[in-house]
Design a protein around this ligand. Structure first.
Ligand SMILES: Cc1cc2nc3c(=O)[nH]c(=O)nc-3n(C[C@H](O)[C@H](O)[C@H](O)COP(=O)(O)O)c2cc1C
Length: 134
């Protein structure tokens, strides 16, 4: 018989207090969830195009309705001419922290998809959810 440890029997898999913040979880959860936060402070380090593409590679395996994969990513690295173009539409508060990010990414989602075996495109009620999952 396989002796596979139950998840909550493994070392420090679940936690109730964050190491990064003053968060206290109501129930044990993996640290990756309890510690996550929305960063707005950036080190000004650069990210390479290759590192960014690894992130997109991970994203594009996300699930989507009818496997329609409605997402498209537009990006600009800080230092590139397009970076300011990407920064401009943001509200002032967001421009304040986003200008120090290594890359700005716009995530687009296609509102219509054509089901397998059909020729007519139809509205996708889940396009933004699917893109958000990516
Ligand atoms: C749909 C959505 C829109 C958000 N918009 C902004 C935003 O415009 N500016 C910002 O600084 N944070 C934004 N946030 C981040 C939230 O403020 C943040 O996730 C929330 O306060 C919880 O904090 P945490 O992510 O650090 O746990 C947004 C989050 C979501 C889910």
């Amino acid at each position: 018989m396989l002796n596979v440890p139950r998840r909550n029997e493994r070392d420090t898999v679940t936690v109730q207090t964050s190491q990064r913040t003053n968060r206290v979880a109501d129930h044990p959860a993996e640290r990756i969830f309890v510690d996550r936060w929305s960063p707005r402070g950036f080190s000004q380090e650069q990210i390479t195009e290759g590192e960014l593409r690894t992130l997109f590679e991970a994203a594009r395996w996300a699930p989507s309705a009818y496997n329609s994969q409605p997402w498209r990513f537009l990006y600009a690295l800080r230092g590139e001419a397009d970076f300011d173009t990407f920064l401009a539409p943001l509200i002032e508060f967001n421009r304040g922290w986003a200008q120090r990010a290594a890359a700005l990414i716009y995530l687009l989602s296609r509102k219509e998809f054509t089901p397998l075996g059909k020729t007519e495109a139809q509205f996708s009620r889940t396009h933004s959810f699917d893109a958000g999952a990516a």
